[in-house]
Design a protein around this ligand. Structure first.
Ligand code: 3PG
Length: 203
């Protein structure tokens, strides 16, 4: 089954303290969002991925903000079950190809998308979605590239997600709005679960 079809929304999470990883993942799963992208933007990220992989088997945890081949090997070693990159270089896509796990390489333009399609990749992250043209850009790409599907991420919120999810070339969307920094710092998992259940009901 495709990564894009597991849930309507992939929470993109920034974890400052690995101790929060397991309760956070449980709240997201309880709210109906089992696919979780932990961004490699904090020193705690790899430990957070490992803990979720070990202790929350109902979750499908992956690593985001993949920029280097080292990011790939460290994430897979930590237990990441998928990989997401904000953009794509030739060396990065070759390493993603060899990683042994599913991945969503980032692209923001028609030419970037076409370069990935040449390699047989037809499921991508569209990033930064809002800044790169949002819903109208995705609609325009569906004409010449009808066989490519996206997970748009970047600037999407609960009120704009439905417009993306209504597009035939969008499988799911990603975003940070489900895990506000203040809720994370306060350990307000009930709030995270509520945000997740609202998002899970979007489609
Ligand atoms: C990403 O890496 O996908 C973006 O940073 C998502 O963040 P946003 O939902 O806050 O735009």
């Amino acid at each position: 089954m495709s990564l894009l079809d597991l849930a309507p929304v992939i929470p993109v999470v920034v974890i400052e303290d690995a101790e929060t990883a397991v309760p956070l993942a449980r709240a997201l799963v309880a709210g109906g969002l089992p696919v979780i992208e932990v961004t490699l933007r904090t020193p705690a990220a790899r430990e957070a991925i490992a803990r979720i992989a070990d202790e929350v088997p109902e979750a499908t945890v992956g690593a985001g903000t993949i920029r280097t081949t080292d990011d790939i090997s460290a994430s897979v070693a930590a237990g990441a079950r998928f990989l997401v990159s904000p953009g794509t270089t030739l060396s990065l896509v070759e390493a993603l190809d060899s990683s042994g796990v599913p991945y969503l390489p980032g692209a923001a333009t028609v030419s970037e998308v076409m370069a990935l399609v040449e390699r047989g990749i037809k499921e991508l992250k569209f990033f930064p979605a809002e800044a790169a043209g949002g819903v109208p850009y995705l609609k325009a790409m569906a004409g010449p590239l009808p066989d490519v599907r996206f997970c748009p991420t970047g600037g999407i919120r609960v009120n704009t997600a439905p417009d993306y999810l209504a597009l035939p070339n969008v499988g799911c969307v990603g975003g940070t709005w489900l895990t506000p920094a203040d809720a994370m710092a306060a350990g307000d998992w009930a709030r995270v679960e509520k945000l997740a259940s609202e998002a899970a009901a979007l489609r």
